[in-house]
Design a protein around this ligand. Structure first.
Ligand code: SF4
Length: 354
């Protein structure tokens, strides 16, 4: 790592400004009031013997090495497929609106994720500010594209991960992580000596580069990945500049599966600690070609691949500028995607609308 930037990072990590106290309020403030009850029941849950891969990577020193390789990539940033080559370390903001500072929107025990990640006590969600995919219909556009959030340093993020674990969360779920991968790995490396031991869930749009994913091999336990578009024109229209989405996401899903395999629940807890989980959000008029998404999964991944077919599309942000996606989906549009999935022999479906 470049000496000057390294010094700046270490200085940031050593400082615990007033924001840290604010963060403490943030994290305790968002835990549900039922957490006490959840803690009461926790003793009844069987313990998982699962050991996340990042612990060994920390012990061998590899986690630190990889975090530094990724950190250096921010100098002419190529962390996501936009490859905008912005010098984030000098403070410039890339196409994703991120500079070298870590910005986080919220940290909480989240109960809205898939039940195999939520369990009794929630998924320990870290919601990052900014995003590389820039969807015109993003429901979280204030965070992903309007920059809502606050700065954290690496030590603060590490302590937040530990706090989520201490409060019973079953995993650390990093949401929209691509542009902050270096920071996440550095925080993990700081948190392991203090006892972090729950699985790392990499919650991504799916638009990822293979060379970056390769640096996460052995570190990420669960890939929770969208597969949004199978049509390049639709990808370019609704996520401007992301025409490569179908091609790159297909390659990324194969790499993710190579690394972690098919998601299977832990026999003791019912929770998923390792594997690939796919989400597909059905949109109006089949503009994104859900049929091709499903058929690709069925043809290229095991038939028992976990796939959550989501129905909650809501036209938000700039969606009303596109008449064809300015409404919610119909029941028959949703059922048609499920029908195709069944016809293709996919056996591990999660459905939301029946
Ligand atoms: S992560 Fe952001 S800064 Fe880096 S290449 Fe992508 S858009 Fe550019």
């Amino acid at each position: 790592m470049h000496k000057q930037n390294r010094r700046r990072f270490l200085r940031n990590m050593a400082a615990l400004p007033a924001a840290w106290m604010a963060n403490k309020v943030l994290i305790t403030g968002v835990f549900p009031s039922s957490l006490e009850g959840a803690n009461h029941h926790r003793s009844a849950m069987k313990k998982s013997s699962y050991r996340p891969g990042y612990i060994d990577m920390h012990e061998s020193g590899e986690l630190k090495v990889r975090s530094e390789i990724l950190f250096e990539k921010m100098r002419r940033c190529t962390l996501c497929p936009r490859d905008c080559e912005t010098d984030r370390l000098s403070g410039q903001r890339g196409d994703c609106n991120a500079n070298g500072d870590l910005e986080v929107s919220s940290i909480s025990a989240h109960f809205g994720e898939e039940e195999e990640l939520v369990g009794r006590n929630g998924s320990g969600t870290v919601f990052f500010t900014n995003c590389s995919l820039l969807c015109v219909f993003c429901i979280n556009y204030d965070v992903s594209q309007l920059g809502h959030g606050q700065k954290y340093n690496i030590l603060q993020l590490a302590n937040m991960m530990l706090a989520l674990q201490k409060n019973g969360c079953h995993n650390i779920n990093v949401v929209t992580p691509t542009h902050y991968i270096p920071h996440i790995l550095m925080a993990l490396d700081r948190a392991v000596p203090d006892g972090l031991h729950i699985p790392l869930v990499y919650n991504t749009s799916g638009w990822e580069k293979i060379d970056i994913l390769a640096l996460l091999d052995g570190i990420v336990d669960v890939y929770l990945s969208d597969f949004k578009y199978a049509d390049a024109e639709a990808a370019d229209t609704y996520s401007p500049g992301a025409k490569s989405y179908p091609e790159l996401t297909q390659k990324a899903l194969l790499e993710m599966h190579r690394q972690v395999g098919t998601a299977k629940p832990d026999p003791d807890t019912g929770l998923i600690n390792k594997g690939l989980m796919i989400r597909h959000l059905v949109m109006p008029e089949n503009v994104i070609r859900s049929d091709k998404v499903i058929k690709w999964v069925a043809s290229n991944l095991p038939k028992d691949t976990y796939i959550n077919i989501m129905s909650q599309y809501t036209p938000m942000f700039k969606a009303h500028d596109y008449p064809e996606i300015s409404r919610r989906i119909t029941r028959s549009e949703y059922n048609e995607v499920v029908r195709i999935a069944r016809e293709e022999g996919l056996t591990n479906l999660r459905q939301q609308m029946r």
